[in-house]
Design a protein around this ligand. Structure first.
Ligand SMILES: [Zn+2]
Length: 393
């Protein structure tokens, strides 16, 4: 007979379950003076603290808040080097002519497997300290068959949510032959990468891949069992969001420049709009209008876009604070988008919620309420983290 250990976390001032049928009936499913029971790697029970069933172990939350672990559904962690000088020049108003993504491609190609894997582990540890318990990550700094496959092989040792982004930019090796690069991405590169990935992604933007190229790449990936996601409408208006909805992509990411047709598409399809405010912060760009996207009836996720060029943050609390301050989201909406929204963007129902049967991924805050994540920006409020029922921090 196998037995699992049960643990009750009691005296939680505010528990976010993300189940409207629990608690106060809002999307956050808030329960006050609550308890959670963990059985093995799953949530077994949530409710009022005074009604918690007997368990093997107990943890007294002492009036703190407990929320689901953050689901960071968009990051680029398999890379080497950094781009400090580029960021410094941009923020200092100085011209800077370097390679952008190409700089990171060169450093990544030159790095050993061990260096790349150690880098991923380092950024994951950083994210865990800030409450992230599920994350997606992408290739896209290899841009050759061998280097893209290597990036995904390494990523797959750290997470199940792995995305093939050979179509990040046209490889410098194919600068004069973008059509040849699309053939490579949809041919030998896809063959080498598909075994390690769940998703396929394209940077559909002027200067990267146009609508036809993006459709060709995403369709080829789908034929190999990789589900689409799209980098869309970050730098300007374009076809990315509508293409994402047309192909039933799990997520259209960035969504900074949207017209009414884009909003209609997002409102009608099931593609999640993933907003990445770290990118707008780090490039001093226009903010996405979250209110307009929510008003269109779209599901919104929040994510870090952690990458060395345009958003070098692994902090979901920081993104929540930006979303509330600069994108018009309420603290409740931002918390939902950083947890249940991220899960929706990964088409997951086992994470991003604290309901019976869900994976026991919980964050205890050094605060009485999740609202403090935006109310106290920049303050390290994560006190404890459980991942799959195990105390991880
Ligand atoms: Zn990205």
């Amino acid at each position: 007979m196998t037995t699992t250990t049960t643990t009750a976390i009691t005296h939680i001032a505010n528990l976010v379950t993300n189940d409207p049928s629990l608690g106060d009936g809002t999307p956050l499913g808030l329960i006050q003076d609550a308890a959670v029971v963990i059985d093995g790697d799953r949530i077994a029970w949530t409710g009022e603290s005074s009604k918690a069933p007997a368990t093997d172990n107990a943890v007294d939350a002492g009036g703190r808040a407990v929320i689901p672990g953050f689901v960071d559904s968009h990051s680029h962690l398999v890379f080497a080097g950094d781009r400090t000088a580029e960021f410094n020049a941009r923020m200092s108003g100085r011209p800077y002519s370097a390679g952008g993504i190409r700089t990171t491609v060169a450093a990544t190609r030159a790095a050993s497997d061990e260096e790349l894997s150690a880098n991923v582990a380092r950024y994951l540890a950083e994210a865990l300290r800030q409450g992230t318990t599920t994350f997606e990550t992408k290739s896209g700094y290899g841009l050759s068959v061998e280097d893209e496959a290597r990036a995904l092989r390494i990523a797959a040792t750290h997470t199940d949510e792995v995305t093939f982004l050979g179509a990040h930019i046209v490889s410098p090796d194919y600068a004069d032959d973008p059509a040849g690069y699309v053939d490579l991405v949809t041919g030998p590169m896809l063959d080498a990468c598909a075994p390690y990935a769940r998703w396929i992604d394209v940077f559909c933007e002027r200067g990267a891949f146009d609508e036809d190229q993006a459709r060709t790449i995403l369709t080829a990936g789908a034929a190999r069992g990789l589900h689409p996601r799209v980098h869309a409408n970050q730098l300007g208006h374009g076809p990315g969001v509508r293409l994402a909805v047309e192909l039933d992509a799990a997520s259209a990411d960035h969504c900074t420049h949207l017209d009414d047709a884009d909003l209609d598409a997002l409102g009608q399809g099931r593609t999640v709009a993933t907003l990445l405010p770290g990118a707008e912060f780090s490039t001093r760009a226009q903010w996405p209008d979250a209110r307009r996207i929510l008003g269109a009836g779209a599901t919104v996720a929040l994510s870090t876009d952690c990458n060395p060029g345009s958003s070098f943050t692994s902090s979901m609390p920081f993104c929540i604070a930006l979303a509330v301050r600069d994108m018009g989201m309420t603290p409740d909406e931002a918390l939902w988008s950083a947890t249940a929204g991220g899960a929706a963007a990964l088409r997951r129902t086992d994470v991003g919620r604290l309901t019976p049967g869900a994976r026991a991924d919980l964050v205890m805050l050094d605060a009485p309420s999740h609202v403090h994540l935006a109310y106290r920006p920049g303050v390290p409020l994560v006190r404890a983290v459980w991942r799959a029922g195990e105390r991880a921090l």
